[in-house]
Design a protein around this ligand. Structure first.
Ligand code: COA
Length: 176
């Protein structure tokens, strides 16, 4: 098949999106993207990436539980999973049509562009869909929230209450 031949997507019964990230921890910015994705897709798989280059504060299980606790028990349109290895392979296996990524600022673009093109090169049947983060969340990241919490800063409102509590607990007694 030539590179330029249009690819006819197979008929799927359910439109699934994979929303990957490290989620260390999940923030209201991430939740904003999940909410937007739920308007477009039947089901969203939140995929926690096992990223060797990051040294997460929370274990995989803790991150998974924090994400699950953001949704009512009967929210069947959300699945939380972990992913190791190539993201597009995982998305393909899941039968996902798209990988969802949030864009906060122009500075996100370069990396996201590279990632999306590499993913497309590996697996053409999975598209990347970029969603614009809500204006209120454009400046936050998990790292900056952890940094603030570590020094005793108030991060309520930027993360769900139960995550706020976990952060407080994680940094409790470090004397800062
Ligand atoms: N609101 C708040 N923060 C957001 C955000 C939003 N809407 N969107 C992104 N961020 C923050 C995250 O909190 C994270 O902050 P941190 O660096 O302080 O932890 C940062 O932006 C990076 O975003 P994240 O979505 O967590 O991406 P990542 O860089 O940790 O992971 C993967 C990117 C998982 C998609 C990528 O590494 C991957 O695909 N890995 C699998 C291997 C693979 O297939 N690689 C690509 C082909 S080679």
């Amino acid at each position: 098949m030539s590179d330029y031949e249009p690819l006819i997507a197979p008929k799927v019964t359910e439109n699934i999106a994979v929303y990957p990230g490290t989620f260390d921890p999940i923030t209201r910015g991430h939740l904003d993207i999940i909410q937007r994705a739920l308007h477009l897709f039947d089901r969203v798989v939140v995929a926690i990436a096992v990223n060797a280059s990051k040294n997460p504060l929370f274990s995989l299980e803790e991150r998974k539980q924090m994400i699950l606790d953001c949704f009512p028990r009967d929210e069947s349109r959300i699945e939380v999973d972990s992913v190791e290895g190539l993201l597009v392979d995982y998305a393909y296996r899941k039968g996902a049509k798209a990988i969802v990524r949030g864009l906060r600022a122009v500075s996100d673009f370069d990396y996201e562009f590279q990632l999306a093109l590499m993913n497309r090169r590996i697996e053409r049947e999975v598209e990347t869909v970029f969603l614009m983060t809500g204006f209120r969340w454009i400046y936050i990241s998990s790292s900056i929230i952890k940094e603030a919490a570590r020094h005793g800063g108030d991060v309520s409102g930027l993360v769900p209450d139960h995550v706020c509590e976990k952060l407080r607990h994680a940094y409790m007694g470090n004397g800062q």
